[in-house]
Design a protein around this ligand. Structure first.
Ligand SMILES: *Cc1c(COP(=O)(O)O)cnc(C)c1O
Length: 434
């Protein structure tokens, strides 16, 4: 057996004690969110109907390090630190000159990185005295993650799931029910905006923007309820920085002084921000020179095809306006398999980093993504989430042209065990190349 490690698993004592806030280190400050009615910069009170103050303070914070409450670290212990692997067998399969590593978030109870933020979001709601959470979910990963976290902290959880996934992925509904949550396809008859959208677009397959509007409408009307968002907002990306902080320690434990290329998939931007922001900090301080690539789906290419401007986070225009790369809040993407990537905008922090040239982006069509995912699965055994396949596709493009000894790191945001029907479509040759 080789004396080189296949994986680095950090002890629980290495679970980060703080989240890293990149706002403190950006060379220029990002543009503030605006009030949807007045276009004035948003104050903390403007968000108080929707979010608990603990999360609002994080949303607006410019402090570099924000302490992770002990109660949250205690739950993180179920799956964190997550492992990092050297993909020896993938390297062999590709015949690449690069050394390839991957940080794997698929071992969380819900199978993705989303639990890194659902747990602190449920915690801060609990200590603020809220008893009910409402949210949207696309493919169902965020809904499942929030359902799990709500259960941990004894909160009720109501979920509006994009109709195309609700109908196409009944096992996600089952998963949310197992964790004790209520869920329904969106747009639904349960809200005013949902009824309006159904009247206007009777055949709509739904969108994250529509589901967000429904969940916000309900939270805004119930004083005991908060709305939770699984991506896009600053506090969500902040929570996800546990990924990148661990990855820095693990890559050092592999005795790699430097990562040359980092690839992560980008829907709303949370796993990309989470793994890459600690590396951007290394870049800004001159310790590393990592080229970071956001891999987005060609079906929802907000960074590569969108405009950088203020836009709403939802279809009905109920959220604050966010400065972001956007395809327009009424954008309804093709129902591609990577449901978690089908959002019209990109997180303001990721958008800002992209605008400032701190990261770059590519768009990947779904057949290339699944081809890469299958090469990965056959070499490494892990079946990646549909979304994660986009990151693997980006890495494989680089691995093919790599120089000797180049180091490539892939963020694998989740496992694909509930995405197997999509793999079947690919293998049958019935997958559209959207
Ligand atoms: C939700 C999800 C994504 C996309 O969301 P981001 O906020 O861009 O990370 C990617 N991968 C998995 C496994 C997901 O569940």
């Amino acid at each position: 057996m080789s004396d080189k490690p296949y994986k680095v698993i950090l002890p629980e004592s290495e679970i980060p004690t703080h989240w890293y806030n990149i706002v403190a280190d950006f060379p220029t400050p990002p543009a503030p969110p605006l009030h949807p009615a007045t276009d004035e910069p948003l104050g903390p009170d403007d968000l108080a109907a929707l979010f608990p103050m603990g999360l609002i303070m994080q949303e607006a914070s410019a402090e570099r390090w924000i302490e992770i409450p002990e109660e949250v670290r205690e739950i993180y212990r179920i799956w964190r630190p997550t492992p990092m692997y050297r993909a020896y067998r993938l390297e062999q399969a590709l015949g690449t000159k690069a050394r390839i590593y991957y940080k794997y978030e698929g071992i969380s109870p819900v199978g993705s990185h989303k639990a890194n933020s659902s747990v602190p979001q449920a915690y801060f709601n609990k200590i603020a005295g809220r008893t009910r959470l409402t949210t949207e979910t696309g493919a169902g990963q965020w809904g499942a993650a929030l359902a799990f976290a709500a259960e941990v902290f004894g909160l009720k959880c109501d979920i509006w799931q994009v109709r195309s996934s609700f109908e196409g992925k009944p096992y996600r509904h089952a998963e949310m029910s197992v964790y004790g949550a209520w869920s329904i396809g969106s747009p639904s008859e349960t809200t005013e905006i949902g009824r309006k959208l159904r009247e206007q677009f009777p055949d709509t397959s739904g969108s994250l923007g529509m589901a967000i509007s429904e969940a916000i409408e309900v939270a805004a009307q119930d004083p005991n309820a908060s709305y939770s968002l699984g991506s896009v907002l600053n506090h969500v990306l902040l929570h996800q920085t546990v990924i990148g902080q661990e990855a820095l320690k693990q890559i050092a434990a592999f005795e790699e002084p430097q990562v040359d290329y980092l690839f992560a998939c980008a829907g709303g931007g949370s796993n990309l921000g989470g793994i890459s922001f600690p590396f951007i900090r290394e870049n800004l301080e001159g310790r590393q020179n990592v080229k970071i690539t956001a891999c987005e789906p060609a079906a929802a290419p907000s960074l590569t095809q969108g405009e950088f401007r203020y836009d709403f986070g939802d279809t009905a225009g109920m959220t604050p306006k966010l400065k972001m790369y956007t395809l327009g809040a009424d954008f309804v993407p093709d129902p591609v398999h990577a449901g978690g990537l089908r959002y019209h905008g990109m997180a303001p922090l990721v958008s800002h980093a992209y605008h400032e040239g701190l990261i770059s982006a590519i768009a990947v069509k779904q057949r290339e993504a699944f081809e890469a995912g299958i090469i990965f699965a056959r070499a490494e055994g892990i079946i990646p989430a549909s979304e994660s396949n986009h990151a693997i596709a980006g890495a494989l493009r680089q691995a093919k042209v790599a120089q000797d000894g180049e180091v490539i790191l892939i963020g694998i945001s989740g496992n694909g065990l509930l995405d197997l029907p999509a793999y079947t479509d690919y293998l049958d040759g019935t997958m559209l190349d959207a």
